[in-house]
Ligand binder design. Structure first.
Ligand code: UDX
Length: 458
């Protein structure tokens, strides 16, 4: 153990902690990196051939580093004692109860972790916030840590994570930027340098941005709010396109070529999902409201409202296209993950759509190459839902297909074969604009996409 230059610990073996630590271990063989979690089952999975997180490139890195300088363990106390740098990546879901329910972050796991660190530590530690947390959490963390009876020194650093699911390993290896925020005191700056040094092993120095701890915390929320705002903006425009014979993809292309705007995150869709966008915006809204900034809060809340509207609009389009009744009709949902290349279904638009369709008394068949297990858990107790891994079988006998996730495989299916197996008239609702709509119309489908005039046979 003494051979390692640094002893780094991460508390929380989830989507953020696992991949981030695997990358640090991969890039810095001189450091010992440990991931600890009280969930024994999860740690056992990290130590097995079947990791609990699916990310392209993750398996290889974990396999090479595990047992060499990357370790997965369950004894939090011992691990805290041994480490000098501790990342905290426990989950902070939206609070489901009490004040701020549905808006504020639930900090119970996070606070428990802070207390655990305080109890176990017997030497100075740098404690790094990695999870998305409300602004000023670092202050609370400092208070909890410094209320220890002993004289152990803790420095709290904010180092928000910007990785997106499905591209986590690439985002970690070639980040647009890494943010490291600290107190601007002598001791705070020293701790900041230690964390900067870790990333400097592979990230170009000019991409490592240093700031105050508050700017760093706020930047994370604002980055996600801006990204989500672009999607809500183009989705709002998609509703107008459908009324005016414009095509939202053409509009997106035209505006995206303006270098001030850029072309990414302008794909109109059935709505954004994922564990971060809604949660972070609601956090931002809550923060603004708590400072009495109601206009600012309303502005950002609009981003979430448009997203809800987009999902409702999608179901209403299906309903009106299919002669105002879905009762007894069979509808295949192509995809359940909140985006392609992940099995994650947190806050996926597909869940809301599936539930609305069932409320309309439709029979829903869910298919997804990676997310069927999660779909089953999310829809547990909901009647009239079936699960089928094979999209051809899922569509058989259906009245409609609704594309929920932009999995490449859905663009490559044999739609003539699918059409032949479906009830007629057959409908396709492309919630991701990934299919060849003209071709589908030629085959015989009634085609409804996002932000484009529908193509329906008379
Ligand atoms: C996001 C941020 O991108 C990342 O920086 C942050 O750390 C965590 O939150 P993630 O939730 O993994 O990452 O997914 P992202 O790729 O950002 O997509 C979010 C949602 O928006 C998905 O449902 C996606 O399908 C949707 N989306 C994205 C669109 O509908 N249109 C687009 O143009 C882009």
């Amino acid at each position: 153990m003494t051979n390692f230059a640094k002893n780094i610990l991460c508390i929380g073996a989830g989507y953020v902690g696992g991949p981030t630590m695997a990358m640090i271990a991969h890039k810095c063989p001189q450091y010992k990196v440990t991931v600890v979690d009280i969930n024994h089952e999860k740690i056992a999975q990290w130590n097995s051939d079947r990791l609990p997180v699916y990310e392209p490139g993750l398996d290889e890195i974990v396999r090479a580093a595990r047992g060499r300088n990357l370790f997965f363990e369950t004894d939090v106390e011992r691990c805290v004692r041994e480490a000098s740098i501790i990342f905290v990546a426990v989950n902070t879901p939206t609070k489901a109860y009490g004040a701020g329910a549905g808006m504020a972050a639930d900090l119970q796991y996070w606070e428990k972790t802070a207390r655990q660190i305080r109890e176990a530590a017997d030497s100075p530690k740098i404690v790094i916030e990695k999870c998305t947390i409300p602004v000023k959490t670092a202050l609370a963390m400092e208070k909890i840590l410094s209320s220890a009876y002993g004289s152990v020194r803790f420095d709290v650093i904010s180092n928000p994570e910007f990785l997106a699911e499905g591209t986590a390993m690439r985002d970690l290896e070639f980040p647009d930027r890494v943010l490291v925020g600290s107190r601007e005191t002598g001791q705070g700056l020293k701790a900041r340098r230690e964390v900067v040094d870790i990333y400097a092993n592979w990230v170009p120095r000019e991409r490592i941005i240093e700031s105050s701890i508050w700017s760093s915390e706020l930047s994370k929320l604002v980055a996600n709010a801006f990204l989500a705002q672009r999607i809500s903006s183009i989705n709002a425009v998609s509703a107008l396109c459908e009324k005016t014979d414009a095509d939202v993809r053409e509009v997106a292309r035209a505006i995206g070529l303006d270098s001030r705007l850029g072309s990414r995150f302008l794909n109109a869709s059935v709505g954004f999902g994922g564990s971060c966008f809604k949660k972070d915006i609601l956090n931002l809204v809550y923060l603004c409201r708590s400072y009495g900034l109601s206009e600012v809060a309303d502005y950002w809340e609009g981003v979430v409202k448009i997203n809800e509207y987009q999902k409702e609009r999608f179901v209403l389009t299906m309903l009106s296209a299919m002669f105002n009744t879905l009762a007894g009709k069979r509808i295949a949902l192509f995809g359940f993950a909140f985006k392609a290349d992940t099995g994650d279904t947190r806050d996926t638009p597909a869940l809301c759509i599936a539930k609305s369709l069932v409320e309309e008394r439709a029979e829903v068949v869910v298919t997804d190459p990676k997310a069927l297990e999660n779909a089953r858990a999310d829809l547990a107790g909901v009647e009239r839902v079936a699960y089928e891994i094979d999209p051809y079988k899922a569509a058989r006998g259906c009245d409609a297909i609704a594309v929920m996730t932009e999995w490449k495989l859905y663009a490559e299916l044999d739609y003539e074969r699918i059409y032949a197996s479906m009830a007629k008239p057959a409908f396709i609702f492309d919630g991701r604009n990934i299919l060849d709509h003209e071709r589908l119309f030629e085959i015989g489908f009634n085609v409804f996409s996002i932000g484009k005039t529908p193509m329906a046979h008379a």
